[in-house]
Design a protein around this ligand. Structure first.
Ligand code: SF4
Length: 199
């Protein structure tokens, strides 16, 4: 309940935020959602057009991929926490600028502090880069970060591809579903992946 209240308070700040120019072009900022006590925490890049319209995480075609991924490992949306690195929609779904990441990253940091998850799963390049830089884990080249497990204090970071990548490149499906298969084991503490662990 305390965590839920803290997230609600943070969400009110996000909805009223004008720390970067994205607030001028977005219809609404999107807060994280799901279980405030979750041990599993997903981070996407930013809301897309449908998410912005509906006001929820992972809607439309990307949402259908996420639901299939969750179903494949017997997870429900209610069990996990889901959020974005950037809370306002990026015009034309472009990559976020450094100034936008620097302005908005504070909210993600706060969400992690409040939820205190066991496993952080950044989806795609921008969320992965932010988290690895934030926790001083930048020793692996970008192309080797997906599917690798990082340990930082009391939690783990496990980057995967962004589900929307499958919409443009269906050949990535097998890799993404295979990487997802490991999530329940990692979340349960079975760190049985010595060749993929980085400190
Ligand atoms: S993107 Fe983040 S920092 Fe920028 S206005 Fe939206 S909530 Fe604020």
């Amino acid at each position: 309940m305390r965590k839920q209240r803290a997230l609600g308070h943070l969400c009110r700040h996000i909805k009223a935020c004008c720390h970067c120019s994205l607030h001028e072009s977005t219809a609404q900022a999107l807060c994280g959602e799901g279980n405030a006590d979750a041990s599993l925490f997903f981070i996407a890049q930013a809301p897309g057009e449908t998410e912005e319209k509906v006001g929820h995480m992972f809607m439309g075609p990307t949402g259908r991929v996420v639901d299939q991924l969750f179903q494949s490992v017997h997870l429900s949306r209610e069990e996990v926490y889901m959020t974005n690195l950037i809370k306002c929609r990026l015009p034309g779904n472009r990559k976020p600028k450094m100034v936008e990441i620097e302005s908005c990253g504070f909210y993600l940091d706060r969400e992690i502090e409040i939820v205190k998850p066991r496993l952080l799963v950044p989806m795609g390049y921008c969320a992965t880069r932010y988290l690895l830089e934030r926790y001083g884990l930048t020793h692996t080249p970008a192309k080797e970060q997906i599917g690798r497990l990082y340990v930082s204090g009391s939690f783990l970071i496990y980057p995967v591809r962004h589900p929307s990548a499958l919409l443009h490149n269906p050949s990535l499906r097998e890799e993404l579903f295979r990487d997802f298969e490991r999530i329940p084991h990692l979340c349960g503490g079975a760190l049985n992946l010595p060749d993929h662990i980085s400190h």
